[in-house]
Design a protein around this ligand. Structure first.
Ligand code: CA
Length: 232
């Protein structure tokens, strides 16, 4: 007996795009509910309580951001937004508004499926017991003792470096905006200080990456923020 795949609610007004997504998702075991407007999307979200929402930001009736805000008042289901390239601010607003990740058109099926897997895994993790240890290759972060090791070697992190790394680690795989990271690590009055992030990310990469100039794990999302990637 096979268990049914995750249920995805797709809110997208362009039918060619819906067709592509439908083919990719159903071929990979996902179940799908499709809608073309924000209003219908919100209605279907209530009706189906999907495992994940795949949301186009440019909808005919209401901005996608409205959908995110409304969904977040009652649903913790991961939201992955689809945006056109050049909509950096829209992506940032979507992530700050509670979306989990974004895909920029055009994107490949492999990338789509990887992002959905990460978002679903993250949601599962968030609903269960917090993990005690995160392993990324030879790197190990023990949340209880706040110790980071690389193989047998302990890596000394300053309190701020640790806080930044731990914040990314608790959200592993997920893109974090500059604003979200600044709020978590430095506090709400520092959300504009993106230069802090640049400085501390450089330090972290220097301590944790094999080649700090070509980071495999502490990855920049251009114009948006950073992501801790476990796979390389
Ligand atoms: Ca659209």
């Amino acid at each position: 007996m096979t268990t049914p795949g995750p249920l995805v609610l797709l809110i997208e007004d362009e039918s060619p795009m819906r067709r592509i997504l439908r083919a990719a998702l159903t071929a990979n075991g996902y179940r799908l509910v499709e809608t073309a407007t924000a209003a219908e999307g919100l209605t279907q979200a209530r009706a189906y309580n999907p495992d994940l929402v795949l949301l186009d930001l440019g909808l005919p009736d209401r901005p996608g951001l409205d959908v995110i805000r409304e969904l977040r008042t009652w649903s913790a289901a991961p939201i992955v937004v689809i945006s056109a390239s050049g909509q950096e601010q829209a992506k940032i607003d979507a992530l700050d508004g509670g979306a989990d990740d974004y895909l920029t058109k055009p994107f490949g099926t492999g990338e789509l499926l990887a992002r959905l897997r990460v978002a679903l895994r993250h949601a599962e993790r968030a609903s269960g017991e917090p993990e005690a240890v995160l392993s990324i290759g030879p790197l190990r972060l023990d949340f209880a003792s706040r110790v980071v090791t690389d193989g047998d070697r302990e890596i000394h992190l300053t309190p701020i470096e640790y806080k930044l790394f731990a914040t990314l680690a608790r959200n592993v795989g997920k893109v974090m905006t500059h604003r979200q990271l600044l709020r978590e690590v430095w506090g709400p009055s520092h959300v504009g200080e993106t230069q802090y992030l640049r400085v501390y990310m450089a330090q972290l990469r220097h301590k944790l990456e094999r080649d700090p100039a070509r980071p495999r794990h502490l990855v920049t999302e251009p114009g948006v923020g950073y992501r801790l990637r476990t796979e390389s």
